[in-house]
Write a protein of this length. Structure first.
Length: 259
C-alpha cells in the first residue's frame, strides 16, 4: 500500500498534458501546448503549469524560460517586439515558460501559511520537472535555460544540481545569485522564528497603491507617457511611473529613471 501511494505521488508530480497544441487565435503561426502537475507536498496550491510556444515546424533548439518573482509563463503581450517567448518562437526556437505555484493562489486568499515551505529547493524542483518534460518531449533538442530576475537564481541553481539534465547553456537576464556568506553569518533558526512571528510569507507586488491603480498606471503609461497622472504633484503619468520605479526597493535600488 505504501509503495502504491509513493508511485502515485511520483506520477502526480510529473507534468501531464493539459491542453493539446493549437494555434493562437491572435498570433497566427504560433502554436501553444500546456502541461500541468500537482507537485509535492500535494496541497491545494502546490500546482505548476508549463506552456510551449513554437512555430509549426519542430526545432532542434529548446529554451526553458523561468520568469521573475511576480511573473508567470502566460503571454502578457502579443507583440513579439516586446515578448521574448514570441520573438524566439517566431525565429525557430521552441520556448517553454513556467507558471509558478504562486500563479495559482487566489487574490482573496488570506491564510498564506502554506507558503512557508516554498523555498529555493521547492521552486528549483518545479523547474527541474519542467526540464525533464522537455527532455521527454524533445530528446534530441539542445536545451537552454533562461531566467529573468529571480528566474536567474533558479536557472543557476537548476544547472548546479547533480541530477539536472545536460544543458547547452544559460541565459541570465537582469538577475543575480545570493552570496553564500561565511558559516555562522546567518542564524537560520532565528530567521525562521522571526518569519513565523511576522507571518509575512508573501509579498504583494501592488502594496501601497493597490492592484487596480497600479494596473491603470501601467496602462496609461503604455499608451502615452505624457498622459494625465493618477495623482496630483506629477506633470505626467510617465513622471509618476518613473517615481514608482525610482523608489522601489529603496532610492535607485531597482532602477534609476530619474538619475
Amino acid at each position: 500500500m505504501l509503495l502504491a501511494s509513493a508511485s502515485a505521488a511520483r506520477a502526480d508530480a510529473e507534468l501531464a498534458l493539459a491542453a493539446r497544441e493549437q494555434e493562437l487565435s491572435d498570433v497566427p503561426g504560433i502554436f501553444e501546448t500546456r502541461w500541468s502537475a500537482q507537485r509535492p507536498p500535494g496541497g491545494a496550491h502546490d500546482r505548476i503549469q508549463l506552456h510551449r510556444y513554437r512555430a509549426r515546424a519542430p526545432s532542434t533548439l529548446a529554451l526553458l524560460y523561468l520568469p521573475g518573482t511576480h511573473m508567470n509563463g502566460e503571454l502578457a503581450l502579443r507583440d513579439e517586439a516586446h515578448s521574448l517567448p514570441l520573438f524566439l518562437a517566431r525565429r525557430g526556437v521552441e520556448v517553454y515558460t513556467l507558471d509558478y505555484r504562486s500563479h495559482f493562489v487566489a487574490p482573496d486568499t488570506t491564510d498564506l501559511g502554506f507558503m512557508r515551505a516554498w523555498g529555493l529547493d521547492t521552486f528549483t524542483g518545479d523547474a527541474a520537472a519542467a526540464a525533464a518534460l522537455i527532455r521527454r518531449e524533445r530528446p534530441d533538442a539542445r536545451l537552454f535555460v533562461a531566467g529573468f530576475s529571480r528566474g536567474v537564481t533558479l536557472a543557476y541553481t537548476l544547472a548546479m544540481r547533480a541530477h539536472a539534465p545536460a544543458l547547452a547553456g544559460l541565459v541570465a537576464l537582469d538577475g543575480g545569485f545570493k552570496r553564500a556568506g561565511r558559516r555562522g553569518e546567518v542564524d537560520r533558526a532565528a530567521a525562521l522564528r522571526e518569519l513565523d512571528a511576522s507571518k509575512r510569507f508573501a509579498l504583494d507586488v501592488a502594496e501601497g497603491i493597490g492592484w487596480e491603480r497600479r494596473s491603470e498606471l501601467m496602462r496609461r503609461a503604455a499608451q502615452d507617457l505624457g498622459a494625465t497622472p493618477l495623482d496630483p504633484g506629477f506633470a505626467s503619468v510617465g513622471e509618476q511611473l518613473a517615481r514608482v520605479l525610482q523608489s522601489a526597493w529603496g532610492p535607485g535600488a531597482l532602477s534609476n529613471p530619474e538619475g
